[in-house]
Write a protein that binds this ligand. Structure first.
Ligand SMILES: Nc1ncnc2c1ncn2[C@@H]1O[C@H](COP(=O)(O)OP(=O)(O)OP(=O)(O)O)[C@@H](O)[C@H]1O
Ligand SMILES: [Mg+2]
Length: 401
């Protein structure tokens, strides 16, 4: 197969009412047996008991029937649609909870439905089941189960009430409230913890598609990484990188990966740096509607990140100047380290977590009430924000595939 385990995915073309157990066990046994059995993460169930995450011995997934998911989403009706990505459409659904003595209670879920005739989608579907079915961490979205029936491939997830970070940063309309500075920091820290968890499992997992649309937010803005369709196990100990077909998303993918196809754990760190810059500026990683030379956010904004005075001119106007400039400057400095051209010079994700936690602690001191002073919106008149270049909620960066 393709993406992360031995056998060719093409051999697993779904047939009518297929039973997935063989694929799931094949997927998971080979994928996950490569994730260390001697991992630092204990093996048990229940997120709350394991704030540092755990790798489950086998995927804890339920097989849903198509009829069940049709009923849950009212036959995939348009009003239930939450969004659409490369894999297909995502719907909100309601399932009757069983087995917990809670008869009559319904649980809200998100159902991802693979576009028909997408071979690539099958690979990603299997990868998602193989990785996300076994990885458990407070900052990874919970995969609940799957359905493979009547040529339909579906995945069910815990419902993330606040949608994606992308929508909050770039979305428009009355439903979208701009994220405050403290919330942005909280999201950056949680997302960094999720990525650090993947990178520090004995056999590292490279996520490969870190971007704002893959960071989902629960009701209290806790971020969780979603979409493990492109994830790969890290290189063997004797190697520094994997060689793969270049996939991912333009604007977020690391330069060494784009030019050579060499994928490093630190390639994920580059994507993290790009998202930090999006959170600072409120501008998309890639936007073809911006003037020539400004399309790629990193190329355009990099020179503004190294000086506090310059940084002020590119900060997201939606923050209305309500952020400690020292914290913002420290985040910008960290972002610059993450997007270092040379992958070796980028920090490891657990270092990124530590730095962000320190920034947050200092930020809290700086924003204690006695230090809080009303700030004027700084940037409405900034030449960089005169026009918000095409920041439509439904515009996505092109994928590299
Ligand atoms: N578990 C979930 N809970 C709530 N909303 C979700 C959930 N999963 C996905 N969504 C919504 O559906 C949208 C589409 O998600 P999807 O992962 O299919 O595509 P994407 O990330 O936008 O693009 P790509 O295919 O390039 O990754 C998300 O942006 C989000 O708004
Ligand atoms: Mg996604």
């Amino acid at each position: 197969m393709g993406i992360c385990w031995g056998s060719p995915v093409g051999n697993h073309t779904p047939n009518t009412t297929g039973h997935l157990s063989s694929v799931v066990s094949q997927t998971t046994s080979s994928t996950v047996s490569n994730i260390s059995k001697n991992s630092n993460f204990s093996v048990a169930s229940g997120d709350e008991a394991f704030p540092n995450g755990q790798i489950l011995p086998s995927p804890n997934l339920r097989e849903y029937s198509l009829a069940e998911l049709k009923a849950a989403t009212k036959n995939f009706r348009a009003e239930a649609m939450l969004g659409e990505g490369g894999f297909g459409k995502v719907y909100k659904g309601w399932l009757e909870e069983k087995g917990h003595g809670k008869k009559g209670n319904s649980m809200v879920i998100a159902v991802k439905k693979l576009k028909s005739d997408s071979l690539q989608g099958i690979e990603e579907w299997q990868s998602e089941v193989g990785f996300l079915g076994r990885l458990s961490h407070p900052n990874l979205v919970k995969l609940l189960g799957y359905c493979w029936e009547d040529h339909e491939l579906l995945l069910t997830y815990e419902f993330m009430q606040k949608g994606s970070l992308e929508n909050h940063l770039f979305g428009r309309g009355s439903a979208v409230t701009p994220l405050e500075w403290d919330t942005r920091l909280k999201i950056a820290i949680g997302a960094a913890r999720g990525l650090a968890f993947l990178h520090t499992s004995d056999k590292q997992v490279i996520y490969r598609d870190f971007k704002a649309s893959n960071i989902l937010l629960d009701g209290s803005y806790t971020p969780k990484l979603s979409d493990f369709g492109l994830a790969k196990l890290g290189p063997s100990e004797s190697k520094s990188h994997l060689s793969t077909r270049v996939m991912g998303t333009n604007g977020y993918a690391a330069p060494e990966y784009i030019t050579t196809g060499h994928l490093y754990v630190k390639s994920d760190v580059y994507g993290f740096g790009v998202v930090l810059i999006e959170m600072l500026t409120g501008l998309r990683a890639l936007d073809e509607n911006r003037p020539t030379g400004h399309e790629n956010l990193v190329d355009w904004i990099k020179p503004y990140l190294s000086e506090r005075r310059k940084l002020k001119n590119v900060m997201d106007f939606r923050l209305e100047g309500k952020y400690p400039s020292r914290s913002a400057f420290q985040v910008a400095h960290l972002a610059l380290q993450c997007i270092e051209q040379e992958q070796k010079n980028r920090p490891a994700m657990n270092e990124v977590v530590e730095t962000l936690e320190q920034i947050e602690a200092m930020n809290d001191r700086l924003t204690e009430p006695r230090n809080r002073s009303p700030r004027q919106p700084l940037h409405h008149s900034s030449p960089l924000h005169v026009k918000q270049y095409g920041s439509h909620a439904n515009q996505t960066s092109p994928r590299l595939r």
